[in-house]
Design a protein around this ligand. Sequence first.
Ligand code: BG6
Ligand code: MG
Length: 230
Amino acid sequence: MQQLEAAIFDLDGVIVDTAKFHYQAWRRLAEELGFAFSERENEQLKGVSRMESLELLLRAGGITDLTEEQKEDLASRKNEWYKEYLQTLTPADVLPGVADFVGQLRSQGIGTAIASASKNAPLILEKVNIRPLFDAVVDGNSVTRAKPDPEVFLQAARLLGADPACCCVFEDAAAGVEGAVRAGMRVVGIGDSGLLARAHLIVTSFEQLEPVYLLNHIGIAGHAGGEASE
Ligand code: BG6
Ligand code: MG
């Protein structure tokens, strides 16, 4: 059996609930453009890049006649609102169980990284003061291809010196789960089992997850060797 070398975490909706701020900002843009945008429709925007999210939003609103310049302008307006919402973040916004879980993995010698599509990742990590828990950060500023492309996960594994087959990714978005599977990694879905069906294990919160339980359910052994026992 492979041994777990690294744990790679998406940021928005996994470490901190910024997914709700993305939704609020996209919904505000849709309202200004004259259409309603539901939380269900928003699911497909999760994990994908800002410009791709905008394309999906415009398609949902039946808007097809904008120039590239107009689209850039809409995307930056959304981003300004989003950054305004991010100002309210504090360390208390780190999702329940995350810090303990990541700390336990680190104490077992497992490398940890963030792999996010967001260009705002450095700002968010600073606001919630969680950067020290991660050995590496790969975000929307350093990748050339967005999820579901595996690039962001493979870059994270490379920075940690880990074999992709020995990495486990934690994701809340279908595009992210797909990217991690394409990277040849194990994947834990955080959230709705209907939307994350390709994940190897699905939980609703890190409070439900302990390293031993993880190792026993993703077909990968503990770092120190041998199978985990519950
Ligand atoms: C992902 C989010 O983490 O980052 C997407 O799930 C978002 O919803 C993408 O579009 C890009 O984020 P940002 O902050 O660079 O606009
Ligand atoms: Mg996410």
